[in-house]
Write a protein that binds this ligand. Structure first.
Ligand code: NAP
Length: 288
């Protein structure tokens, strides 16, 4: 655990590993911009040490923080209270300490929505079928978001079909395999990829040519910024939105709760993170 002592509020981001998280860059930018005295520190916590870390948080070492891979699900079980959305999604990514108790929430759904609202205004005005590629941890927030905005059916396509089926049952969606994409693409209003770019060879992007004109293609993966599916959709003339904005927007509620100021997701912040991504290769991380 970090021994840094900084005046003002202390917030953490815990993961294992954590060194390449971009959340400290984002929160550090906001602390500087709003001239707040506080800190946001990456802490590498091994899974077995998570209960002990949370006890230290309860004892007053920190005022809250973010939780990333592999702790999001375990954090849900370990916090004192979780809000309804975190419980529905099955994962906590943001913790706020109040009176020695840990309150867990999940900001990924709203981060996903805020990104699309900002970069593709009106994206949800035409309702209809939505396709989600992948059924991992992050797909849950995406499915909840799309259902919440009235898309139906939400079709979850995954390599391991049983995982897609589990999520479909949990959220009231429909499930299938990745090979079903080409048959379903023609009706979709939006396609959301959640499969890491390193797996691009397995993506059913061949069916993209069946998408209707104007269908939005978005990715929550942001390394690289223009993922293979986004590049392909863009070349076909479809509107596309990359996943970086989701990372930036999901950070807003935590910062607001810990530091008392609602931060803005600006072009300057986006450029800062893009410049950081241009530095020597870092593995893709499920931030925060
Ligand atoms: P995860 O739980 O590990 O899920 C990964 C998904 O990708 C699973 O559905 C998996 O299918 C699929 N997959 C992996 N390799 C594959 C391959 N070779 N062929 C086909 N499918 C493959 O990961 P996650 O937490 O959902 O995160 C997914 C991505 O989203 C990561 O890149 C992460 O960085 C990004 N993310 C971004 C944000 C943001 O703020 N922008 C937030 C969260 C996550 P199986 O079930 O068959 O294994």
């Amino acid at each position: 655990m970090s021994e840094t002592t900084t005046p003002g509020t202390r917030a953490f981001v815990i993961g294992h590993p954590i060194a390449h998280s971009r959340s400290p860059l984002i929160h550090g930018h906001w602390l500087d911009r709003y001239a707040l005295s506080g800190s946001y520190e990456p802490v590498d916590v091994a899974p077995a040490d998570l209960p002990g870390f949370f006890d230290a948080v309860r004892a007053g070492a920190w005022q809250g923080g973010n939780v990333t891979i592999p702790h999001k699900e375990q954090a849900l079980a370990l916090v004192d209270k979780a809000d309804a959305l975190a419980t529905e999604i099955g994962a906590v990514n943001t913790i706020v300490v109040r009176n020695g108790q840990l309150y867990g929430s999940n900001t990924d759904r709203d981060g996903f929505l805020a990104n699309l609202d900002q970069r593709a205004p009106g994206w949800d005005s035409a309702k209809g079928p939505a396709i989600v590629l992948g059924a991992g941890g992050a797909a849950r927030a995406v499915i909840a978001a799309l259902i919440g905005r009235g898309f139906a059916p939400v079709l979850v396509l995954n390599r391991t079909q049983s995982k897609a089926q589990n999520l479909a049952e949990r959220f009231g969606a429909e499930a299938g395999g990745l090979d079903g994409f080409a048959d379903l693409a023609g009706d979709a209003r939006i396609v959301v990829n959640t499969i890491p770019a390193a797996a691009d060879g397995a993506l059913p992007v061949a069916g993209l040519e069946r998408l209707r004109a104007g269908a939005l293609v978005t990715d929550i993966v942001y390394v690289p910024l223009m993922t293979p599916i986004l590049k392909q959709a863009d070349a076909m003339g479809h509107p596309t939105v990359d996943g970086l904005g989701m990372l930036l927007h999901q950070a807003v509620p935590g910062f607001t709760a810990w530091f008392g100021r609602t931060p803005e997701v600006t072009g300057e912040l986006r450029d800062l993170v893009i410049a950081d991504m241009a530095k020597p290769a870092t593995p893709d991380r499920a931030d925060p």
